[in-house]
Design a protein around this ligand. Structure first.
Ligand code: SF4
Length: 337
């Protein structure tokens, strides 16, 4: 364990983990109402002045890429596609030297329309959330009848040349856990890379219940009823997903066992919220304000010092199994994946 936050260089924490992967939430708003994320009526959204402007976002990403060792930038939300300045933000980040790899996590609504412009702006790859292939079940899960639009978004991403195109799926017991093999068959047929994610205690209603979470072991068992899975020889590194070769490969399937198979020891993520707060961890209960300092005229050195100090204090892990575990006040929809 190192003694004090570094005064220059990369974003290192007291356990020696270096954050290279910056997740930027561009908005807390969303055009779906997934039952495991937020109530039907939505949430009290962040007010306009609280949100970082496009220029402020680009300035902070530039700082992270040029002075803090960030090499990956992922745009998230809420739903990032509803941010009016998204294409311009992607283009500005793609123009940075050194150029980071740029990705996006989206629910797919409108992706068919926006994918060509995002690709031209410099977006490299995309993850689309999809929890079912059944239109009626989709409408129940998201409270919107928009499955066809998500499927069009996936196809549009491939057509625009984004690669890889990944699918993020959350399985819930008795809701959609019967669809694991079908979702994998669908992904294989279309060349999408499928990742199953264990449901995490990050919902706005604080209703997460471990007993309804489908574990990584259960997901693998369900997939093995239809496929032969063998360990992926490729090095995992800091990647959240454990990956398996499907029927000997080269197709892969991934499982992100955040709860039952945590990967915090290799975590390389740092997060910036839409209202300019640094979160050292998805499950952090503290945040560090960059927006206030930025608007008060802080220079890049001061912003970098604050960011390094915020990451230095990162906890060893999410602590979900600790009896003292506290779910963060900020919901997933305002943190981003
Ligand atoms: S829970 Fe926190 S420390 Fe663990 S992998 Fe996720 S962001 Fe990293």
């Amino acid at each position: 364990m190192t003694a004090a936050p570094p005064t220059d260089g990369v974003l290192v924490d007291r356990y020696g983990r270096v954050a290279r992967d910056l997740r930027v939430s561009l908005t807390d708003k969303c055009n779906l109402r997934c039952t495991y994320c937020m109530p039907a009526e939505g949430l009290p959204w962040l007010a306009g002045p609280q949100l970082l402007t496009d220029d402020e976002i680009v300035r902070l990403v530039r700082l992270a890429v040029r002075h803090l060792g960030v090499t990956e930038v992922r745009f998230t939300g809420g739903e990032p596609l509803i941010r009016p300045g998204l294409v311009g933000i992607v283009a500005a980040v793609a123009a940075l030297e050194p150029r980071p790899r740029i990705s996006l996590t989206t629910n797919g609504l409108g992706l068919d329309r926006l994918a060509p412009a995002l690709r031209a702006a410099g977006l490299d790859r995309v993850n689309v959330s999809l929890d079912t292939l059944d239109a009626a079940r989709f409408a129940r899960l998201t409270r919107r009848d928009r499955l066809a639009d998500v499927l069009a978004g996936l196809a549009g991403a491939v057509a625009a040349g984004l690669s890889p195109v990944k699918i993020n799926t959350v399985l819930m017991r008795g809701v959609n856990d019967d669809e694991a093999p079908a979702l994998l068959r669908f992904a294989l047929a279309h060349g999408y890379e499928l990742r199953f994610i264990e449901q995490m205690p990050l919902d706005a209603q604080h209703g997460w219940d471990r007993s309804t979470m489908v574990t990584a072991a259960e997901i693998l068992a369900a997939l093995r009823t239809g496929f032969d899975l063998s360990p992926d020889p490729a090095r995992r590194g800091a990647a959240p997903a454990e990956t398996w070769l499907v029927d000997g490969g080269p197709a892969l399937v991934g499982v992100i066992g955040s709860v039952t198979r945590p990967f915090c020891g290799d975590c390389d993520r740092t997060r910036l919220t839409a209202d300019g707060q640094v979160r050292a961890c998805l499950f952090a209960t503290e945040e560090s304000d960059l927006r206030g300092a930025l608007r008060a005229g802080a220079d890049d050195e001061e912003l970098a010092r604050r960011w390094r100090t915020a990451m230095w204090g990162k906890r060893a892990g999410h602590g979900i199994d600790d009896p003292a575990f506290l779910q963060p006040a900020r919901p997933m929809s305002a943190i981003g994946g």
